[in-house]
Design a protein around this ligand. Structure first.
Ligand code: DGY
Length: 329
């Protein structure tokens, strides 16, 4: 079952071709066939109405895979391929308890998401949204000249120097930043390669206070949920730009709105927010100093194809009883 009709065809083609031709039980001389079902409207109701009896799920939706869906699927469900790097929307322990193998798609989206983070940093720091509104309203030269903040010569703080955080840092070096700081549970070898300075978590206040740009690139966990709160924003420089491409729930959004409205920080660029989809009357949309994108960090043709292919390959391996390429630990 493929949960989203925008999944590149490459996934369904691979699944049909490989599962039909390759899963041959030599002992029983049975050739299994494979039928893929693609959900057209990505809703829980539609998934529920098609999920019964499937052997594998290609999960390309942010809808949570809860017990109701798992029960409806039935005990023959053996493989869950997530077409995402993040897996905060599923209960890994419960799914494993049911004997279902799980994979995700790390690494293949690092470059696209890092590009999006840099795009948001530039757009927010150079006031892209306000510039566009000015042109539309027939004004060209505002009294403050729409002055922005420079990325060249800036201090950058990266929260989470994983695959995406490192890709962001690599890109920023080309923008001639002065210094890259990063924080996380441990110092990373990539940090040395990037000439980035490690700031231990218990000293991360200094990263927040010194950074001109802060990039959040951590997974959503109990530890990171609500991490960027009132206290966090109150420590940031008034001229600093906040960028989030991880998960909306890492941020206390009310605190962020307050900081943006009160001039506590300069601007924010967000690819993720709470809730998603963001209601059209949400206050975030009214603020001039926010640039918003609809959670499409990985949305390029090449990246989504690579994610779809990797997910399908994991599913085939899972059904054949072979080790997964990128299992969720
Ligand atoms: C991911 O893969 O986790 C991206 O945020 C897209 O969902």
């Amino acid at each position: 079952l493929i949960t989203n009709s925008y999944v590149p065809n490459i996934a369904a083609d691979l699944l049909k071709e490989c599962v039909t031709n390759c899963i041959i039980s030599l002992h029983l001389f049975i050739i299994f066939s494979c039928e893929t079902i693609t959900i057209q409207n990505e809703t829980k109701e539609e998934i529920l109405s098609h999920i019964r009896g499937v052997s594998a799920l290609l999960w390309a939706t942010h809808i949570g895979l809860d017990n109701e869906l798992l029960d409806a699927a039935g005990p023959q469900l053996k493989m869950l391929g997530l077409m995402s790097a993040g897996y905060n929307h599923i209960d890994v322990a419960e799914i494993k308890k049911r004997g279902i193998k799980i994979s995700n798609t790390p690494k293949v989206l690092n470059a696209a998401v890092a590009d999006t983070a840099v795009l948001l940093a530039l757009a927010a720091s150079r006031r892209l949204r306000e510039g566009r509104v000015l042109i539309e309203s027939g004004r060209w030269n505002p009294s403050d000249w729409l002055l922005g903040q420079d990325i060249a010569g800036s201090t950058v703080g990266i929260i989470g120097l994983g695959g995406i955080g490192s890709a962001i840092a690599r890109r920023l070096l080309a923008f001639e930043v002065k210094q890259i700081l990063y924080t996380g549970h441990r110092e990373k070898p990539e940090g040395k390669e990037l000439d980035a300075k490690f700031v231990p978590l218990n000293e991360s206040d200094s990263l927040i206070k010194e950074s001109d740009f802060i990039f959040v690139s951590v997974p959503l966990t109990n530890e990171t949920e609500g991490m960027c709160n009132d206290e966090f924003f109150s420590k940031m420089k008034k001229t600093a730009v906040f960028v989030n491409t991880s998960r909306g729930q890492v941020v206390d959004q009310k605190a962020l709105v307050k900081a943006l409205k009160g001039g506590q920080i300069f601007a924010a660029g967000l690819d993720v927010m709470t809730p998603e989809p963001l209601p059209v009357n949400d206050e975030l949309l009214t603020l001039p100093n926010v640039v918003l994108l609809p959670h499409w960090g990985s949305a390029t043709v090449k990246t989504r194809e690579a994610m779809a292919k990797l997910t399908a390959e994991n599913i085939i391996k899972g059904l054949k009883g072979e080790p997964l390429i990128t299992p969720i630990p």
